[in-house]
Design a protein around this ligand. Structure first.
Ligand SMILES: Cc1cc2nc3c(=O)[nH]c(=O)nc-3n(C[C@H](O)[C@H](O)[C@H](O)COP(=O)(O)O)c2cc1C
Length: 190
């Protein structure tokens, strides 16, 4: 599968088969992920692969956050659905930003935040496309940010949680979701 085919056929997958994914496959996926570009080649990414009992334990804590938010009438976005997908998929990869912004002035701190976020987004999209070409389904999940504290404490890290990616064999084949036409979102100046 070439890159354009991977881009065209990738979908967010929310239903997964329970089949485990071999460790060597995940290692290959991460090796390819780290080929993503990053600002100043700083490679701000750190990955934590969560499987098996550890995934169940972690998601119990995330469920606690969801139940507490529901009890308090706080917004929960699509956390409930994301939690279901994370439970189904055999592999959950947590993505962290490991580069500190301490000591920067407020303006530069924000610029650095934007730059690191772009590098991390490049890595996540690289992961999704590589997984697609390896026959794996993925879901990019930012709903985990509702449970940032709980997840960082479970993993015992001071790095910043950015997102999570659920990975497994797809158990659904969603139709393409609609996109704005490129011509609607593009201006040519000459
Ligand atoms: C930054 C980002 C965060 C996302 N977070 C979630 C999420 O928390 N839960 C979820 O179900 N989907 C999440 N998605 C998936 C989007 O809903 C999905 O990409 C979009 O609806 C387009 O569908 P497609 O990926 O099948 O083309 C996220 C996607 C991105 C890029």
């Amino acid at each position: 599968m070439n890159v354009i085919e991977a881009i065209e056929t990738r979908r967010s997958i929310r239903r997964f088969k329970p089949d485990p994914i071999e460790r060597t496959v995940i290692e290959k996926l991460l090796e390819i992920t780290t080929l993503a570009p990053s600002a100043k080649n700083e490679q701000p990414w750190r990955f934590v692969v969560v499987e098996g009992m550890a995934k169940e334990e972690l998601l119990e804590r995330v469920d606690g956050v969801l139940q507490n938010a529901i009890a308090n009438n706080w917004p929960t976005g699509s956390l409930r659905g994301s939690l279901q997908a994370m439970r189904q998929a055999p592999v959950l990869i947590l993505v962290f930003n490991s580069v500190s912004r301490s000591g920067l002035s407020e303006r530069f701190e924000y610029a650095k935040f934007l730059v690191d976020t772009q590098s991390l987004g490049a890595a996540i999209q690289t992961m999704l496309l590589a997984a697609q070409s390896m026959g794996l389904g993925t879901l990019w999940i930012c709903d985990v940010l509702y449970a940032t504290q709980e997840i960082c404490s479970y993993v015992d890290t001071n790095d910043e949680l950015v997102a999570a990616v659920s990975i497994g064999l797809p158990a659904e084949s969603p139709l393409p979701r609609p996109r704005k036409a490129w011509s609607e979102v593009t201006t040519f100046l000459d």
